[in-house]
Structures are given as C-alpha cells and as structure tokens.
Design a protein around this ligand. Structure first.
Ligand SMILES: Nc1nc2c(c(=O)[nH]1)N[C@H]1C(S)=C(S)[C@@H](COP(=O)(O)OP(=O)(O)OC[C@H]3O[C@@H](n4cnc5c(N)ncnc54)[C@H](O)[C@@H]3O)O[C@H]1N2
Ligand code: MOO
Length: 402
C-alpha cells in the first residue's frame, strides 16, 4: 500500500461502502429503549382522543363570559361529560372532557365563587384552555419515522398510541479483541511491564451508546497464527470486528497481515491525529462479510477512532441517520496549536456563554493520555498544515450518541 496517508473521508467512504441496514425484528416496546425503528409507525389514535381541559376550573360557552353561571355538572378526568345546559357552566379538572356545547375553560383562580354559582370575568375567548382532540397527533399521520432512535419521548409517543411492540433493527453484533501480551484484565495482579485493559470497557460502553451489542471479547497474544484464529472466530458471529493495538509497524503488530490473509485491508495509515495506524477492512464469512476496524492500542486513538468510524458504521447498520454524522459547532478556541501532515482531533470541553461556544483544550493531547477524554464533550478539528491562535474560531464535533 502506498506510503502517503489516506484522508479520513476516503477511509470512512471505504468502510461504509456497500453496508446495508440489518434485518428487522419485532420487539416488545418495554425492551426497545435505545433501539432504532426499522419502519415508520403510523398513528392509529388522535392524541388527545377528545377535547379536554388544560386547567382546573369551569367549562362554559364564551358568549356567557362576564355573567354569574350556576354549576350544572362536575367532570373529573376519566369521567364522560354530558352536554352543557345553556346558561350554566361545568366544574372541570385538568384532563377532563369538555362537555358538548362548552367552548372554553376559565381557571378557578379567576372566578368568584358564590351561593348561586360563579362569576366569570368577561374576557374569556372561545377556545381558551381547551386542548383540542388531535392537537398532538392525528390518526393516520406518521407518528415516528423509520430510523428514529427510541428514546424517552418516542417511547412515550408509542405508549400514547397503545402500541405494545414495534419493528426495530437487529442490534449490530460486535466482537472486541484486545491485542497485546502486556494487556491484562482488572482483577489480576499487575506484573512489571503489564497494563490493565482500559480499551475493552471503554469501547464496550461506546458500542452500547451507539446502539450495538458486544457479543464476543477476547485477548489476543502477539502472535500471527493466534491473531488469525481469533479473527476467524470473531467474524463467524459478529457484524463488526474491532481490534485494539497491533496495527502499527513493529514486528509484534500482526493485525494487518492477518487481515490481509483472511480478508481485505481497505485502508491503513490515515491523515489524522490521534489514530494514524488505524486499519479498516473486511473479513468474509460464509458469503457474508464482517466489517473490520483496527484501532490503535493507545486508548485515546481508540476513543477518537470509535467516534469517527464505529459510530457512523453502526448508523448504517441500524439505518439511523442521526448516528451517521456528528453535529458540528463553531467555537472560539482558548488555545493555540499548529499541525503538520495530519488533521488533529483535539479533545476539548465546550462551554457556552453570551458570546456563544468556547472550546477549552485538555493540556496534554498525547494519544496515551486517556484523562483528556474524561471531561471532553467535543473534538476540535484542526486542519492539516495549519496554525490556530487563541481566540480563533474552530469547528468542533459534538460527542453526542445520536
Ligand atoms: N516506528 C513507529 N512506531 C509507531 C508509529 C509509527 O508510525 N512508527 N505509530 C505510533 C502511533 S501514532 C500509534 S497510535 C501507536 C499504535 O500502535 P498499535 O496500534 O500497534 O498499538 P500497540 O503498539 O499495540 O499499543 C500502543 C499503546 O497502547 C497500549 N495499549 C494497547 N492495548 C491497550 C489496552 N487494551 N488498554 C490500554 N492500553 C493499551 C500499549 O500498551 C501501548 O502503550 O504506535 C506508535 N508507534
Ligand atoms: O496517531 Mo497515534 O494515534 O498518535 O496516537
């Protein structure tokens, strides 16, 4: 492969090329939090299903405002309302059905309660404090679009329709392989030269946030045959195989060669910092192919690589547009920096004041310094071969899950 660095855009294009959404499955609504709708859902009910009161008060005809009105019925939420007798009002509570004939509600704080009824102020317009049938949702209209991630409000909308199950995309199955003889699992004592595996829990959580499911994890020793065996096993069950480490140029870095033997290496060496040795490709298995993302071992390179490559890949597999791109925010930098051949994705925290967004960079931007990611909520994108001064505008990618 040529020596020059590949652009992030070209690499992403190669990774997503030919990726189609996964099959749909029917899932009970109470198990669909965070899942992605495979088909749009049409409303079958008007919401609200009947005109109802927005206030505790009295329902009346607007033409009767300004008079003393006897109370002819009492309508609590959940009770059916009878027609309103002309020249009277109905005691009503928030959510109670507006009685046929009434066209407005006066809140109880605005009336004078008397022996013979209530005195209503004269300025009550027709429609006041009435929530019309179908104001929120009309039966037959689209309630939720295909590709919607089912979060709190969408789950509420489904329940509001009495829906109990929906068609969602199968969650992408992810294999997470950690290479490196030095990497061990927390719980074991740390021998000299060893480090604990920070990448696995970090990436597991990102996979969850991006809508995937880690179905396979393994540690891979720095050995070519063992790397091939584990990649083959992972590709049998996963839609996406992720490795960490072992993608650089040392003789203990076996991942690229294993990928070349078993499948296809599409991209390697990207014009980005951190993450230069990131490798992308595919691993065929029985007529299908798992996509492959080889993240560098440095935890920050893995973290940034997951946001830039894994998130859009899961967006394609889930048919979820919100996962495909990160929102961009222009902020004022509070730091100065200079880049060479690679675009720098700097970990920053964005704050907002009356002048807009401000980007604060973590002091140590080294790719082994995971502290820089803990409070970062964005990546400031510094173009290659450029110089940024403090106070300059800088484009930032906001790290939101969807
Ligand atoms: N001669 C060169 N050396 C390096 C180059 C280069 O171009 N020429 N690139 C550097 C860059 S940039 C990066 S990034 C790293 C990436 O190397 P690898 O992907 O091969 O990663 P490893 O060498 O296996 O590990 C790097 C680093 O990360 C630690 N690590 C690995 N796995 C984990 C884990 N699961 N949890 C926590 N930390 C982990 C590992 O111990 C190393 O310290 O290569 C540079 N070298
Ligand atoms: O490009 Mo490496 O990812 O510096 O750390």
């Amino acid at each position: 492969m040529a020596d020059e660095l590949q652009s992030v855009e070209a690499a992403l294009g190669a990774l997503l090329d030919g990726v189609a959404p996964l099959p749909a499955e029917t899932v009970p609504c109470d198990q669909t939090a965070g899942r992605v709708l495979a088909a749009s859902v049409a409303a079958r009910l008007d919401v609200p299903p009947f005109d109802n009161s927005a206030m505790d008060g009295y329902a009346l005809r607007a033409v009767d405002a300004g008079r003393v009105l006897p109370i002819s019925q009492r309508i609590a939420a959940g009770q059916p309302a009878g027609p309103l007798i002309a020249g009277t009002c109905a005691r009503i509570f928030t959510g109670g059905e507006i009685p046929p004939g009434a066209d407005c509600v006066v809140m109880q704080e605005r009336v004078e309660v008397r022996e013979d009824g209530i005195r209503v102020p004269g300025d009550i317009p027709s429609g006041d404090n009435v929530r019309r049938r179908g104001r929120d949702v009309q039966a037959g209209n689209e309630l939720l679009a295909a590709g919607t991630r089912l979060e709190a409000a969408a789950l509420g909308q489904l329940a509001g329709q009495g829906v109990t199950e929906v068609e969602v995309r199968r969650r992408p199955r992810i294999a997470l392989l950690s290479t490196g003889d030095e990497v061990i699992t927390p719980g074991q004592p740390l021998a000299p030269g060893q480090i604990y595996n920070s990448n696995r829990p970090m990436l597991t959580r990102l996979v969850e946030r991006f809508g995937g499911d880690v179905v396979y994890t393994a540690g891979v020793p720095d050995d070519f045959e063992a790397t091939c065996r584990t990649l083959t096993e992972a590709a049998e069950i996963a839609d996406v195989v992720i490795t960490t480490g072992g993608v650089s140029v040392g003789e203990e870095d076996h991942v690229k060669h294993a990928l070349e033997r078993l499948g296809q290496l599409d991209m390697w060496r990207l014009a980005m910092r951190p993450g230069k040795p990131l490798a992308l490709g595919r691993l065929p298995h029985e007529g299908a192919e798992a996509r492959f993302i080889g993240l560098p071992g440095n935890p920050v390179s893995g973290y940034v690589g997951a946001w830039l490559f894994l998130r859009p890949l899961l967006g394609e597999l889930l048919g979820c547009p919100a996962l495909k791109t990160l929102p961009r925010i222009r902020a004022r930098s509070d730091f100065a920096t200079r880049t060479q051949a690679r675009r720098h994705y700097m970990r920053v925290s964005l704050t907002f004041d009356e002048d807009g967004a401000r980007a604060h960079a973590f002091a140590d931007q080294n790719s082994a310094v995971l502290s820089s990611c803990v409070t970062a909520n964005a990546l400031a994108v510094i173009p290659a071969h450029s110089e940024l001064h403090s106070g300059d505008p800088v484009d930032c990618l906001w790290l939101v899950e969807a």
